[in-house]
Design a protein around this ligand. Structure first.
Ligand code: G16
Ligand code: MG
Length: 218
């Protein structure tokens, strides 16, 4: 049975995607590279370096230039993070975290972001989770299973005892590769590979997720 829940951060507990977008757009504009909100959709849950590669496409840059652009984008992003408050928690997030703690279910964050701890602090939920796996925890980014395996290990749980809640296709892929249960938030076109698909966490109780996972297991 399930004893732990691993939450993705951006797109599940909060929506930092807009800030990532604004930072990438500023960088792209400065570099004269075409970019827009639609192109940004492909960067959902994708690591910083992989995101930059998707933006620059086949343009050739040295490793030093790549590093500089990643650092510049991050400076813009970190500046924007100063705007985040508890009001930026997505509907249902706090309620589910609190309910899980009450029920004795372990919780972790599994985020690709190197800024995850800062975001959690600003959201005021850093002490509401039992473990944090972030962009510093493992080498291989999602869709590799490493980040979620690291998170489950931190909780002392086996993959089969863990459920991942994700909004990105790469994240669902990572959860399944880890041998975990996957709950996808958003359209089936994006997260349809998950065992259970929900529009969001708004109004979702732990019993709802358990019941849907039980159905999926039949
Ligand atoms: C987040 C975002 C991605 C971002 C990645 C790395 O992932 O969804 O857009 O590129 O983290 O973030 P940073 O540049 O701050 O290290 P997640 O896993 O929380 O959805
Ligand atoms: Mg995400």
């Amino acid at each position: 049975d399930i004893r732990g829940v691993i939450f993705d951060l951006d797109g599940v507990l909060t929506d930092t995607a807009e800030y990532h977008y604004l930072a990438w757009q500023k960088l792209a504009d400065e570099e004269g590279i075409p970019f827009n909100r639609l192109a940004n959709e492909a960067l959902r849950g994708v690591s910083r370096r992989a995101s930059l590669m998707l933006i620059v496409k086949d343009r050739q840059y040295s490793e030093a230039q790549i590093q500089e652009m990643m650092e510049r984008k991050n400076r813009y992003y970190v500046e924007l993070l100063k705007n985040i408050t508890q009001n930026d928690l997505l509907p249902g997030a706090i309620a589910l975290l609190d309910e899980l703690r009450q029920a004795g279910i372990k919780t972790a964050i599994g985020s690709a972001s190197k800024n995850a701890r800062t975001v959690l602090q600003r959201l005021g939920i850093a002490d509401k989770v039992d473990a944090i796996a972030d962009g510093y925890s493992v080498q291989k980014p999602k869709p590799a299973p490493d980040l979620f395996l690291y998170a489950a290990n931190q909780l002392g749980l086996e993959p089969a005892q863990s459920v991942v809640i994700e909004d990105a296709a790469a994240g669902i892929e990572a959860a399944l590769a880890a041998g975990m249960w996957a709950v996808g938030l958003g359209p089936v076109e994006r997260v349809g590979a998950a065992h259970v698909v929900l529009p969001s966490l708004a109004g979702i109780k732990w019993a709802d997720i358990q019941a849907k996972l039980n159905d999926a297991a039949k």
